[in-house]
Design a protein. Structure first.
Length: 277
């Protein structure tokens, strides 16, 4: 039995310019998301003592080989990288990875990544593979020839799903990945990483356009009235408005209402009406 683990190589601490919106990534801080590391640990647990093969798979540039070698150090059997632009949309990434995991009996993915967090790649991958899917699982364990997955529902409820055949399972962040012993780390440092070129039907560049931060549209205002600069400035500030001094009304409610309506009518605000009786 082969278990494939899909890992996404993302910058854990990107710098975002607040003015231009440009994102600056630093490969030194790039790694797998916590949910992806949970998926790797779950695959290793399923393989412990069973002889199952664990294949770590990613899609991205050559810098992602560091993450794959970390997976080899903790116990993964093979590492495969699909050489595509990691900024591709979820469907394109799933189509690029699909030939690599097509022979796997089980595909594990993280429920979300640190950059986009949509969690849509596992769903697209299950669709292209034509297998069952269980998304957003918190626990996964073997039960005879099947797998039992537990999902979190609204209201604190839980749902158990039994998987009897091939499936794609996404896991929420939970159990941390095990530590690798030093000899394994040294051995994985020179371990080969298989590089696969995407099929011709998969786009090699992102279709997303770079956009800056959101800015509201400017509004056109009518030019101020006035023959010279002083009059236009007074018109803009409302200093030319003819305002009567404020006064306090001291009368019974009916008389006060009459006076208020009369004052509004003088200013053209309210309709001229008969005094309130």
């Amino acid at each position: 039995m082969t278990v494939a683990v899909c890992l996404k190589w993302v910058d854990a601490r990107p710098e975002i310019d607040p003015v231009s919106g440009v994102v600056t990534a630093d490969d030194r801080f790039a790694a797998a998301s916590p949910a992806d590391r949970t998926a790797l640990e779950q695959a290793l647990r399923l393989a412990d003592g069973t002889g199952r093969e664990v294949v770590a798979v990613t899609a991205g540039p050559a810098g992602a080989d560091v993450m794959l070698r970390d997976a080899l150090a903790v116990g993964a059997t093979r590492a495969v990288r699909v050489a595509i632009d990691p900024a591709l949309d979820a469907d394109a990434v799933a189509r690029a990875v699909e030939p690599v995991v097509a022979e796997a009996d089980l595909v594990l993915c993280g429920g979300w990544s640190l950059d986009r967090g949509t969690g849509s790649v596992p769903a697209f991958l299950a669709h292209h593979l034509g297998v069952a899917q269980a998304l957003g699982c918190t626990r996964l364990e073997a039960s005879g020839g099947s797998l039992l997955a537990e999902r979190r529902l609204d209201g604190g409820r839980r749902e158990q799903v039994r998987l009897d055949g091939r499936a794609v399972v996404s896991l929420e962040a939970g159990a941390p990945v095990r530590r690798a012993p030093l000899p394994a780390v040294l051995a994985a440092a020179d371990a080969p990483v298989e590089v696969v070129e995407p099929e011709a039907t998969v786009p090699t560049r992102s279709r997303l356009e770079e956009r800056g931060p959101y800015r509201p549209r400017s509004r056109e205002l009518a030019p101020p009235l006035g023959a010279d600069t002083r009059e236009r400035l007074l018109s803009l500030t409302g200093a030319l408005a003819d305002e009567a001094p404020s006064r306090a009304l001291r009368a019974d409610p009916g008389a006060a209402a009459d006076q208020l309506l009369a004052a509004l009518a003088e200013r053209g605000v309210g309709p001229e009406a008969d005094p309130v009786r």
